[in-house]
Design a protein around this ligand. Structure first.
Ligand SMILES: [Zn+2]
Ligand SMILES: [Zn+2]
Length: 231
C-alpha cells in the first residue's frame, strides 16, 4: 500500500493548488510561504523524478523553520518524524531535495529581489501582516477575515509564477547524508521513563535521562535551535 499515492499523483500532475490545500490540513492555514514550499518541493520532486514512502529514500534539507517548511514536508514526505527532514538553522527560505538512489540533489532558494517586489504588489496584505502578526495587534474579526482572504489570494497567485522567476535553482551530485541510526532504549533510574541510549547519562553506574541528570540538551522552538539544562 502506498499511502502517498494521491500526493504523488498531484506532484506528477503539478497540481499545486490541490497540494497547497493538502498542506493546509497539516499547516493549519494557507499562506504565501507554505505556497513557496509546495512549489519548490513539487519542482524538485519532478526534476529528480522522485516518489517517497517515508523510508529516507528522499531527503529534504530545509534552512528555515517558517511556513515554507510545512509545504516542503507535505510534498516531499520528508518529515520531522521520519528522519528524512534535515534542518539547517540558517534562516533562509531554501530547500535542498536529495535522492539517495542516484545521489542527485537540487536546491531552491527564494530570490531576495522576488520577495522584495511582493510588498509593492500586495501592499494591503503587507500592512495587515505588520499589524496582526509582527505587532500582534488586536484587530476585529472583519479585518482578520480580510487578512486570511488576502493571504489565500496571494498564495494562489504565487503558485502561477514560473519557478525560475521566484527561486535561484542549483543542482548537483553528492554523497547523501547517513541513514538515521537506530538506538536501544534504557530506563531512567530516576523517573522510570524509557530513553534513547545515546541520550542517557550514567551517574554512579545508574542511567539518568538528561532531564533528571539536569544535563544540557538541544531543543528547537520558534527562535531556532538552542541548548539548555532545564526542561
Ligand atoms: Zn503559514
Ligand atoms: Zn529521568
Amino acid at each position: 500500500m502506498n499511502y502517498r499515492e494521491h500526493i504523488n499523483k498531484l506532484i506528477r500532475q503539478k497540481d499545486l493548488e490541490q497540494l497547497l490545500y493538502k498542506s493546509a490540513e497539516f499547516h493549519g492555514h494557507i499562506c504565501s510561504f507554505s505556497a513557496y514550499g509546495v512549489k519548490a518541493a513539487c519542482y524538485a520532486m519532478n526534476q529528480l523524478n522522485l516518489e517517497h514512502e517515508g523510508m529516507e529514500e528522499v531527503l529534504a534539507i530545509v534552512e528555515t523553520n517558517n511556513c515554507f517548511s510545512d509545504g516542503v514536508q507535505l510534498v516531499t514526505g520528508c518529515t520531522f518524524g521520519n528522519n528524512a527532514l534535515i534542518f539547517y538553522d540558517l534562516g533562509k527560505t531554501a530547500v535542498t531535495v536529495a535522492s539517495r538512489a542516484n545521489k542527485q540533489w537540487i536546491r531552491l532558494v527564494l530570490k531576495a529581489s522576488f520577495w522584495k517586489s511582493r510588498a509593492e504588489i500586495y501592499p494591503r496584505l503587507f500592512e495587515l501582516y505588520e499589524n496582526i502578526v509582527t505587532k500582534r495587534k488586536n484587530v476585529g474579526p472583519q479585518v482578520k477575515k480580510e487578512f486570511r482572504q488576502l493571504g489565500q489570494n496571494m498564495a494562489s497567485s504565487e503558485l502561477k509564477v514560473p519557478e525560475p522567476e521566484m527561486f535561484v535553482i542549483t543542482k548537483g551530485k553528492a554523497e547523501p547524508p547517513r541513514f538515521a541510526p537506530i538506538h536501544k532504549s534504557v530506563i531512567c533510574s530516576q523517573c522510570g521513563e524509557s530513553v534513547m541510549e545515546t541520550r542517557a547519562r550514567l551517574k554512579e553506574g545508574q542511567p539518568y535521562c538528561l532531564a533528571c541528570a539536569a544535563d544540557r540538551f538541544f531543543y528547537m522552538d520558534g527562535y531556532g535551535i538552542g541548548c539548555r539544562e532545564q526542561v
